[in-house]
Design a binder for this molecule. Structure first.
Ligand code: LLP
Length: 429
């Protein structure tokens, strides 16, 4: 269950009516519910209880510092993918000893930064990266803690663009080459080879691909141990899906039970990198209807667009869309395209969606937008980034204010060969 429910006919975030927030900060805005994040974190960590697993929240899903901080306060570490994310995690108070650094293209500068901070682990994805890390660490007189990310060649059964564990994907070391590269790492200076990592994709709705991948990695771990290598850590990645519409992903407790069943008595320190499952259903995007257009087809034009929430345009993904004022139970539904003001046909949040009657100025909520929503937003069409609001009970706080147009424009510079415009104008407001 999430914490965006109708109360007296008005959609609330926990105990806060969404029109209250809209009146204060305007639309569109993202809104996150602390209670949902806490519940999802507790369900997962509770089910893993006794396994000693470290939950490193994948901050790429939602890297607002208020969200990271909420996770850190509950005990989470962080999974980061860039120097920027590393700095965000640290700024939000994630302890360096609970940060893992993943990703197929860490730069030398990023490695230096992470070594300087003393993070828990580097998930190394290739032989060249292993050599680069060795060289950087050795030159700094440091020892880098390493887990080798393997590619187990398992089809995660998810969207083409977010599957990562098949041979043809750019991620990880083919599992059949992993033993050799693990041994190679053991002989390089500046490295401590500690374990194996994997991540086979995102928004998985079945347990079976996870189980297949974990089993292959565990076989590898036993093979490495038999060859005399020490393998202490097993990083399981993220990827557990959430219900956006009709899908029925496995409950986190079932996932955790499977993990425990496979790893019990293996003498492994487990690391998980969940993102979406912790925050996806903890967020919505609230927008306002600008107008409707009926030209053989019903278009609901709203003030949010693909630049604010890219997932429908990029992955054809489904997000439930509901009016903030609860429609009558017998309201007539008719199919509509819910579209934004951007100048391309790919700009939609829903296609042929059964929607109740709506009027200009009505508020709507796009659900399940807490993960890969705000973080993937852009300023395309010179649309400023929208605010983010965090709710807790009856309280709400703007955790990122709306970007101002002046801020956006102020980032550009004219080159010296262009004369400045004779009459620069700024529009008030
Ligand atoms: N660990 C690694 C190494 C990852 O690459 C990812 C996600 C995660 C953990 C977290 O996965 P999660 O638990 O959130 O599934 N933008 C796409 C999703 C991209 C996921 C990228 N990697 C979307 O909107 O569906």
């Amino acid at each position: 269950m999430d914490h965006f429910q109708y109360r007296d006919g008005v959609l609330h975030a926990e105990a806060v009516p969404l029109p209250t927030i809209a009146a204060e900060i305007g639309t569109p805005f993202y809104c996150y519910a602390t209670a949902t994040m806490a519940r999802h974190y507790e369900v997962l960590s509770g089910a893993l209880d006794g396994s000693g697993a470290m939950i490193c929240y994948a901050i790429k899903a939602n890297s607002n510092q208020a969200v990271i901080r909420t996770m850190v306060e509950m005990g989470a570490g962080a999974d980061v993918i860039s120097g920027g994310e590393l700095q965000r995690a640290l700024a939000a108070g994630a302890p360096p000893g609970r940060i893992v650094f993943a990703g197929p293209g860490k730069t030398r500068d990023e490695l230096v930064m992470a070594l300087g901070v003393g993070i828990h682990q580097f998930n190394v994805e290739s032989e060249p990266e292993l050599r680069m890390l060795s060289q950087v660490a050795a030159s700094l007189g440091k020892v880098a803690p390493v887990a080798l990310r393997v590619n187990p060649d398992v089809d995660a059964g998810t969207h083409e663009k977010i599957t990562t564990g098949r041979k043809q994907n750019k991620f990880g070391i083919p599992i059949e080459r992993a033993a050799g590269i693990y041994a190679l790492g053991g002989g390089l200076p500046g490295l401590e080879m500690l374990g194996i990592a994997l991540h086979i994709g995102s928004q998985l709705t079945e347990l079976q691909p996870f189980e297949e991948a974990f089993s292959r990695a565990l076989d590898l771990i036993e093979e490495l141990r038999a060859a005399g290598h020490e393998v202490r850590r097993f990083n399981l990645g993220g990827g557990l899906g959430i219900p956006y519409g009709a899908e029925t992903p496995p409950p986190p407790a079932d996932y955790a039970r499977m993990v425990k069943r496979l790893t019990d008595n293996r003498r492994l320190d487990l690391i998980l990198e969940p993102g979406r499952v912790l925050v996806g259903n903890a967020g919505i995007l609230v927008a306002r209807v600008i107008h409707e257009k009926h030209e053989g087809r019903r278009f609901i034009v709203i003030d949010a667009a693909m630049n604010d929430l890219l997932r429908p345009s990029l992955y054809d993904s489904w997000h439930d869309i509901v009016p903030v004022s609860q429609p009558a139970a017998d309201a007539a539904l008719s199919p509509a395209d819910v579209v934004g003001p951007i100048c391309e046909s790919g700009d939609f949040l829903a296609k042929a969606r059964e929607m109740p009657p709506l009027a200009p100025e009505d508020l709507i909520a796009v659900r399940s937008a807490g993960a890969y929503g705000a973080v993937m937003a852009s300023t395309y069409n010179s649309r400023p980034l929208v605010p983010e609001v965090l709710v807790r009970g009856e309280d709400f706080a703007v955790v990122r204010p709306r970007q101002e147009i002046a801020e956006l424009l102020g980032r550009d510079r004219l080159p010296p060969w262009l004369p400045p415009p004779a009459t620069p104008r700024a529009v008030e407001g």
